[in-house]
Design a binder for this molecule. Structure first.
Ligand SMILES: [Zn+2]
Length: 96
């Protein structure tokens, strides 16, 4: 038998059109069908999330001295900074 190949088509999960089984994207709705093409986006999201956490820590340490360290899990060091700042404010009376 000539011309018989093992089912080279698959159903698009987005628009239900029949597309090539090896297709990375759907030619009807232009959605990315191959899951390996979606993974880089997911890891990029995770990187952004980590960066955002670092940003929150930086902002916290600006508003409340030591809070950034506490946010990152170094509670002891954060408390030392907090006490130091309170003592400094008390000693210098907010003149600086
Ligand atoms: Zn589609």
């Amino acid at each position: 038998m000539i011309g018989v190949s093992p089912s080279p088509l698959k159903k698009c999960p987005y628009c239900a059109e029949m597309i090539l089984a090896e297709a990375k994207g759907c030619r009807y709705c232009h959605e990315v069908v191959d899951p390996s093409w979606r993974e880089p986006h997911a890891s990029a999201e995770a990187t952004t999330r980590t960066r955002r956490h670092r940003g929150i820590a930086a902002i916290l340490s600006l508003v409340i001295p030591g809070a950034g360290q506490m946010y990152r899990g170094k509670i002891g060091w954060g408390l030392v900074w907090l006490v130091f700042t309170v003592v400094a404010y008390t000693v210098f009376g907010g003149r600086w």
